[in-house]
Design a protein around this ligand. Structure first.
Ligand SMILES: C[S@@+](CC[C@H](N)C(=O)[O-])C[C@H]1O[C@@H](n2cnc3c(N)ncnc32)[C@H](O)[C@@H]1O
Length: 271
């Protein structure tokens, strides 16, 4: 069967079908159009049908192919670890704007997940070093695998542990985080696909902004004099996160995402 015929048989999840088939054929999705008349080997057709069946059952396409893109770079993903989101690229860009190319800086990331934030920063800033923590052993393992894949493992240290606990007494030039920010009462209503990313990946606590409270309280102890904090936030959390950081003496700026929602907070120390 030809590529064109195989794709024609798909009636739903058409975009995902292209992603899955291009993955199985070892090409990028936009390149598939060049292969439309190519014969698909029987074993690939079988695997494609199997993965599309999983997809129909609600399994995220990123987990089916085992990888996902962030800032145009590929990261390994596994069930139970957050799949990189497009909004997080805004956090990465806003953080990069504050890391001069010629400075030896050290940053800390709370909740590394796949490592997509720290690793992108490290690839863009060769003098940078990053440390990070995650409470999920699977995320720690995956972040290190991704660091090796992108050859930045010598500049990236990841600790298994709760928040800032693994780095007590250490100070950094900046702290970056896309922490869980959904209130726990919403867990039951989340789509099954999101639930597969794991409770601790998305759920913060009763209020949803518990991690921002922790970061606002802890970061003054962990930041150098002119350090900054860069955070991804939920679309309705701008006001509360601004207040939390202003109370601690930070100067706060909020940036919007592509849909016009508050999405990234930059909190700078005055002194
Ligand atoms: C929303 S995900 C972000 C993952 C990744 N940084 C990204 O942007 O794709 C939040 C991460 O925080 C981790 N996490 C949750 N609670 C934590 C805690 N108490 N200490 C450290 N990490 C935690 C989760 O396991 C998850 O990997």
């Amino acid at each position: 069967m030809k590529v064109r015929e195989l794709l024609k048989k798909v009636s739903e999840n058409k975009r995902d079908a292209r992603i899955i088939l291009s993955h199985l054929l070892g090409v990028k999705p936009p390149e598939l159009i060049l292969l439309e008349d190519r014969e698909v080997p029987e074993e690939v057709v079988e695997k494609f049908n199997e993965l599309m069946e999983w997809r129909r059952e609600g399994y995220p396409v990123a987990y089916l192919i085992g990888e996902w893109e962030c800032m145009g770079r590929t990261f390994k993903v596994e069930e139970g670890v957050l799949i990189p989101r497009p909004e997080t690229e805004i956090l990465i860009e806003k953080t990069l704007e504050r890391i001069p190319k010629d400075r030896n800086m050290v940053g800390f990331e709370l909740g590394v997940g796949t490592g997509c934030i720290s690793i992108n920063l490290l690839l863009e800033r060769p003098l940078l070093r990053m440390e990070g923590s995650d409470i999920n052993p699977k995320a720690v393992k995956l972040a290190m695998e991704n660091a090796k894949m992108h050859r930045v493992e010598k500049r990236f240290k990841v600790f298994l542990g709760n928040g800032f606990e693994p780095v007590r007494g250490k100070v950094y030039d900046f702290i970056v985080s896309n922490p869980p920010y959904i209130p726990e009462k919403f867990w039951d209503f989340l789509p099954e696909e999101v639930k597969r990313e794991g409770y601790s990946s998305v759920i913060a606590g009763k209020k949803g902004y518990e991690f921002y409270e922790e970061i606002a309280n802890e970061s003054p102890k962990h930041l150098k004099e002119k350090g900054f904090v860069a955070l991804e936030i939920g679309h309705d959390q701008g006001d509360i996160v601004r207040k939390l950081f202003e109370e601690k003496g930070f100067k706060v700026r909020i940036f919007k995402d592509y849909s016009g929602y508050d999405r990234v907070v930059i909190a700078e120390r005055w002194s």
